[in-house]
Design a protein around this ligand. Structure first.
Ligand code: SF4
Length: 161
């Protein structure tokens, strides 16, 4: 649950949250502050204060992607928990630094460097590979590669346009 949704939930109960001298205060009609709402306010106090005062440090999209990749790597898929942690990172530079350090442990995805031959300048109009004709690759000189199968080829040259 994010600070914004908690503030809205409080407002729905008639509870007005404000920050006075960096402390979270509330104005609520009798009985409006339920135990559940009280627990949420306690648990997310720092994030709510930061949200109300505009003091969030924010996270870049790259940092959030790294954070989410780190969660997936350790098998954490609980969106509520992830949202809570993201919220904390946005208001707590130390938490952000910790999670970003942990995200460095996640193996980076391997870029797919394969290409189909029909995107290669070495494939001529007759469907033959001129790199093979030149002897640049280990293939018969009249090699006609499948045009759309992805392959990792040292002689690949991207077609213009
Ligand atoms: S050089 Fe490689 S990628 Fe290019 S057409 Fe020949 S086999 Fe395909």
């Amino acid at each position: 649950m994010t600070a914004a949704t908690i503030i809205q939930a409080a407002a729905d109960h008639g509870v007005v949250l404000t920050v006075v001298d960096a402390k979270l205060t509330f104005d609520a009609p009798p009985g409006a502050l339920t135990d559940e709402l009280r627990a949420l306010l306690r648990q997310h106090k720092a994030a709510i204060v930061a949200h109300l005062t505009g003091a969030t440090t924010g996270m870049t999209a790259t940092e959030e992607t790294a954070f989410r990749r780190s969660c997936a790597f350790i098998g954490e898929h609980d969106e509520e928990l992830i949202d809570d942690s993201l919220e904390r990172c946005r208001v707590d530079p130390a938490a952000l630094a910790y999670f970003l350090t942990r995200s460095l442990e996640v193996p980076q995805p391997i870029a797919d460097d394969r290409h189909p031959c029909n995107q290669c300048a070495n494939l001529n109009g007759g469907g033959r590979c001129v790199a093979a004709q030149r002897g640049d690759i280990d293939a018969p000189s009249r090699y006609s590669p499948h045009p759309t199968v992805l392959r990792r080829c040292a002689a690949y040259v991207a077609r213009d346009g």
